[in-house]
Design a protein around this ligand. Sequence first.
Ligand code: SF4
Length: 367
Amino acid sequence: MITANYTEDRKIDLKSLTPSQLQQYCHELGLQRFRADQLAQWMYQKRTNDFGEMTNLSKELRERLEQNTCIHTIEQVFRAESRDGTIKYLYKLHDGHRVEAVLIPDFDEVGNPKRMTVCISSQVGCVFGCSFCATGKMGFFRNLTCGEIADQAIHINHEAEEAYGRGITNIVYMGMGEPLHNYQAVVGAGHIITSKFGLGMSPRRLTISTVGLAKQIRQYGDEQQPFSLALSLHAATDEKRDQIMPINSSMNLEDLREALQHYHEQTGNGVTFEYLLFDHFNDNEDDARELAKISRWLPSKVNIIMYNDVEGVELQRAKEDRLNKFMKMLTDQGVLVTVRRSRGDDIDAGCGQLAIRDNEEKGKSLA
Ligand code: SF4
């Protein structure tokens, strides 16, 4: 029996199935393997949820699917475009919950789109409660299905083609939720997105980012998942990490070092350390020294992220001069470092802010 989402009338949501589960489901129905690919093509490439349109399936099969299954889709309910080209989307799910995704375009010197990054959500809310995060404040409602995750990327790919004349080039799981806390759906969505019936993009261009779930990092390595991995570090000592990320009290930096080194041994891959730079909290010389030490755990790069300030949060974005000094301290110690400037300030592009309001109106959090 496969794990899937069922409707009240016991219909199975085909988009809640990972690609291998969809194949298994077709097998249970006595269908040939290629039928799973045909279904996936209709759902993700042709973006239909109407079995009547699936004309390469027999009438009898379409009727059978209609009786036993359904296809839940996401619906765009809001779109905000920033002066810098960043576009934020709010989606309504079939049960009324809301999640966000953001398109972040980078342009070359003459204004042509160069890199189109999409930031997608994996859960409605989050249980981990990091002190700087808007999503963490709303509590946890539910996991997204792999179809709900993949659909964000596929929808925004079409939007990007329309708005900027080119599709998306990179995907990061840094929207609402902790991706590895919804492991099966997140990995399943990655396989949909990178398949020929999804966007056909290279798996290395899709980055799964985690707050540091050591057990799942090991699993990810053991399964040789082909996607990139990022660790949201945000502080380079247990003492500081404890203050802003409650998960650190149960999985500290030593646990993460062991899990990441295991991942590297299994896959040969390195990792990106994400580091939100907060003013006078984690941006001094000692922090840079500790961060440089961590960067040597395995092949890695450090991505400094400029924080989008969140209402009610004391921590604030580091000032430009402190950012520059911090970057220099890291590069002087041989750290490979990039910086992601704050984008979409005028549209609240920091994750969770729009959806919080809508989900709070809908019902109580489960956290
Ligand atoms: S930063 Fe990530 S893990 Fe932490 S509360 Fe926000 S969504 Fe959850």
